[in-house]
Design a protein around this ligand. Sequence first.
Ligand code: ZN
Length: 568
Amino acid sequence: MPVLKLSQTVGTPGAVLEVSGNRHLFPAFIARLPAIGVERLGILASLFFSLTCNHLFFAAALANRDWTHPASWLFAAALFVAITALQSIGLLVLLNRWSAKPLLTILFLVTAAASYYMNKYTVFFNTEMVRNILRTDVKEASELFSLNFCIHMFVFGVLPGLLVWQLRLRTTPLRRAIPTRLLYIVAAIAVTVGSTMLIFQDFSSLMRNQKEVRFLITPSNYLFSLTRVVAADTAQANTPKIKISDDAKLAAGWAGRTKPMLFVLVVGETTRAANWGLNGYEHQTTPELSKLGVVNFPHATSCGTNTEVSVPCMFSIYGRHDYDEAKIRSHESLLHIIDKVGVKTVWRDNQAGCKGVCDDLEEQMLSDSKDPNLCDGERCLDEIMLEGMDGVIQKAQNGNLFVVLHQLGNHGPAYYRRYPATMRTFTPTCDTSDLSKCNREQITNSYDNGVLYTDHFLAKTIAYLKSQTSYDTAMLYLSDHGESLGEHGIYLHGLPYSIAPKEQTEVPMVMWMSPGFASSFGVNKDCLQQRAGNPVSQDNLFHSILGMLQIESKYYDPSLDMTAGCRA
Ligand SMILES: [Zn+2]
């Protein structure tokens, strides 16, 4: 507790407190307030959260109500009381004389940051989002900072944090403190239950029809999700992956192969189907691919709306149709099967790693490369992943090779940094990561230039594969998820899957095969082309790769193999 010393101007307007000789931000009367009990401080903090960082929740919960009807006002009032009482319960459990100030300070700061991004990008703090944020690297995070963020942090995080340290906490002997605390907790539970009962019918239909809104209740949302993520990760740490590769083997057809296989799977980032030139988008964002005779799948969907969900999911036996995050993370991936049958797998990454997909397999992180032509000291353009490919092939001793290239792609919000200056084709662009400073046309143009760069990167990858004439080569590209570019006021990605707009779940997917690959694996490209208009999803990846590469596994499901009807 700092020693408070009133300045000489106490009582005059604008009087300030001095602490150890430093001028302070708070009016002098705060020092003269009577000491406050921890219980009341907890309730006040909860009220502060209800008032300052839950308007997205209330807006969603109260949308489309008839405000001429008194029941709507009752619902709003009871909901406000219930949420405030509910969050008080948690604070009443956590806070005590010693923990109150440091814990509240941390809570104010983290909640301020959370609410900033919630408001700006409509973020729902479910476990997937929390996991995504925990795995975010410093480079990604630094692209999100802005002056507005700093102002928001100061007003809603730093100021209340400082204020808490100015307060005197009442000290009560333990024998009185415990019953008092219990009384407060029981009262808070009673208020929560009572106010919920008052609006029970409305409330239960809200939780049934829009259950994702609970991830907007701040700070409970991120605290709850964080606890679940930490518990799940702790339980899983050091447990070896459950094997799915044991029975896998190359089919008999492999005996007759004359050339080794080189397959490149490009996992894209944040590129959406709506802005894909090959899908008929108004901007020609795929000029190079359109000349290369690729098979384009215009109706492909993702497993998740963020990297943390989509990347492990697309390589797993449990796709979106059978989604179970714990099972996906605890089992081996498609790559383990491919590696097991003797095809060397290498994961080359220009982003944030393979998310467990390539555990115990070779992974090359290229995002920290120093190539002056492709890297700016922080990030590299995706072409960095084609550098050193010859070395990868030589290391595999000219044997069969399955390479994954994990792109940085259209990673936002700094779209303008995802392409070289020579590719600034669509203008005017948005040359800042603070999207609120740009209009939608500028944002879309920068995004489209990023797509143009992916087109160039994929064309260059195909050109490389064409040059490898001693191999049967092929490339499959699919993006991990899409992106919102201001539709319905939503930006970026990561909304809960059940309510995500199609912009976040519809992704581009493209296949290219060398004639040698097509004939030696018996894949009929024309047939594939004819059927490419059918809906496909990331759930098809696992089974289509196994089918196409003639790898036998008990987990192979021909009904999910998009090449099944097109192979000899
Ligand atoms: Zn992603």
